[in-house]
Design a binder for this molecule. Structure first.
Ligand SMILES: Nc1ncnc2c1ncn2[C@@H]1O[C@H](COP(=O)(O)OP(=O)(O)OP(=O)(O)O)[C@@H](O)[C@H]1O
Ligand SMILES: [Mg+2]
Length: 245
């Protein structure tokens, strides 16, 4: 069975963690850096949850990594049903113990915060090496006070950074906007090791999806916006095809 630890970039010797999104790894020297913290940014409906799910699902199923998905947006049942349409049998992987799913409604962010120490302990105990968090935007929305919101966001990112895991966090806001809309307006992209942006661009009477690797520390990544499609088997990126013709 293919194992992440065996995937090393030929130049750097850095272990790579395949993304689980078909085609993307060819743009990033084989995958995310092991134990890095990565942001997936995109508009509503661009496919962030599907990306997070493929990272965790294929991580467990194809690459034998124990994986966790924390959702603040969809119930386990919704996720199982929606992902079932792409042929991803979440329940079977959950039953095997390779995939853990924690789900909270957007109003239950305080419960997630309460559970976090236990989640951190579970990650350690179960040797979980991939963690997907969906989404930073919902987490931020929970805090009315901008000052508190900043502190909570920074603290959450810091906690994920300290886990011995490759982490993927989704965010709805565009790269150019302030991720935290505080008065003093801080951005947090610089805190991530990589930022991938998904675009949904209207061309005539249809919308096309495109994916761009904005940055990936330590990686000679593609600088091209690649077309992306959501097909019956999941999300696919086409690194060699033109996005804007
Ligand atoms: N079975 C399917 N076949 C093809 N496309 C699908 C299928 N299911 C979902 N999609 C596409 O994927 C989009 C939703 O993807 P996803 O939920 O991952 O986006 P998101 O960025 O997380 O959205 P949100 O802002 O709601 O969190 C849908 O709007 C639809 O265009
Ligand atoms: Mg989503």
């Amino acid at each position: 069975m293919e194992n992440t630890l065996k995937k090393k970039s030929s130049f750097t010797g850095i272990s790579r963690v395949p993304s689980g999104v078909f085609g993307l790894d060819d743009m990033i020297e084989g995958g995310f850096e092991k134990n890095s913290l990565n942001f997936i940014c995109g508009e509503t409906g661009s496919g962030k949850t599907l990306f997070a799910m493929q990272f965790a699902f294929f991580g467990a199923q194809k690459y034998n990594d124990n994986s966790i998905l924390i959702s603040l947006e969809e119930t386990k049942e919704e996720l199982r049903r929606r992902m079932g349409r792409f042929g991803f049998d979440l329940a079977a992987l959950e039953a095997s113990g390779k995939l853990l799913i924690y789900s909270y409604s957007p109003k239950e962010v305080n419960k997630f915060i309460e559970d976090l120490p236990q989640i951190e302990a579970t990650i350690k105990k179960n040797k979980i090496s991939r963690a997907a968090f969906d989404s930073l935007t919902t987490y931020a929305l929970f805090f009315e006070n901008p000052g508190r919101r900043n502190i909570e966001m920074l603290s959450l990112i810091d906690k994920f950074r300290k886990m011995e895991c490759t982490v993927l966090m989704t965010s709805e806001l565009k790269l150019t906007s302030k991720i935290v809309e505080a008065e003093e307006g801080i951005t947090i992209e610089h805190l991530a090791d990589s930022v991938i942006s998904i675009y949904s661009i209207r061309k005539g009477d249809i919308r096309d999806l495109g994916l761009e690797v904005i940055k990936m520390r330590g990686t000679n990544h593609s600088r091209k916006i690649a077309p992306m499609r959501i097909v019956p088997t999941g999300m696919i990126v086409y690194p060699d095809m033109p996005f804007i013709k």
